[in-house]
Design a protein around this ligand. Structure first.
Ligand code: URA
Length: 182
């Protein structure tokens, strides 16, 4: 992945941002794309949105280094933090799919429209996708998947934090905290 040149983002990135956390964690968290700080540090969610994500996880008793693995749909920063282009998402998607196969989490928490649309292959909004448990097929398994708002969106729209809290409670109730044996 580090040498990927599948799309134009390879020309402006400092580095690829693969993901971080515990590879044996039960939950996988999927965001949108690295921002400026992530691009510099090579780690996902280390900027302002990341601090809110850490607080959201702490609110449900989870620690980012121990209980989750965090990654993004795009592994490279879109310049100026613009939205991902459909073509970039399509070219990067095989990396995320393979990551999910290898990590084999017990459940997936999806943050924001771009990640939800990419994983669920839909153009529905977060409002239309949240508040229920989806299934993500990988190998013989169907992983439970919960969609919520992206932390950067919540920083701009704090009124929706109550809905994000409800989504976290749903995730806590429906995404297993144990990994399947084997
Ligand atoms: N926003 C994301 O979606 N991912 C990051 O890694 C940082 C900010």
């Amino acid at each position: 992945m580090r040498s990927c040149e599948r799309c134009g983002l390879c020309r402006s990135r400092q580095q690829t941002v693969f993901g971080s956390g515990s590879p044996s964690a039960p939950w996988l968290i999927v965001g949108e794309a690295p921002g400026a700080e992530e691009d510099l540090r090579g780690e996902p969610f280390v900027g302002q949105a990341g601090r809110l994500l850490d607080a959201m996880l702490a609110a449900i008793g989870l620690d980012r280094g121990r209980d989750v693995f965090i990654t993004n749909v795009l592994k490279c920063r879109p310049p100026g933090n613009r939205n991902p282009e459909p073509d970039e998402v399509a070219r990067c998607a095989p990396f995320l799919r393979r990551q999910i196969e290898l990590l084999a989490p017990s459940g997936i928490l999806v943050m924001g429209r771009f990640a939800a649309q990419a994983l669920l292959e839909t153009d529905a909004s977060v409002a239309g996708l949240r508040n229920r448990v989806h299934r993500y097929a990988v190998g013989n398994a169907e992983l439970p998947l919960v969609v919520t708002y992206h932390p950067a969106y919540l920083l701009r729209n704090p009124a929706d934090k109550a809905k994000a809290w409800a989504d976290l409670c749903l995730a806590l109730a429906r995404l297993p905290r144990q990994r399947p044996p084997g």
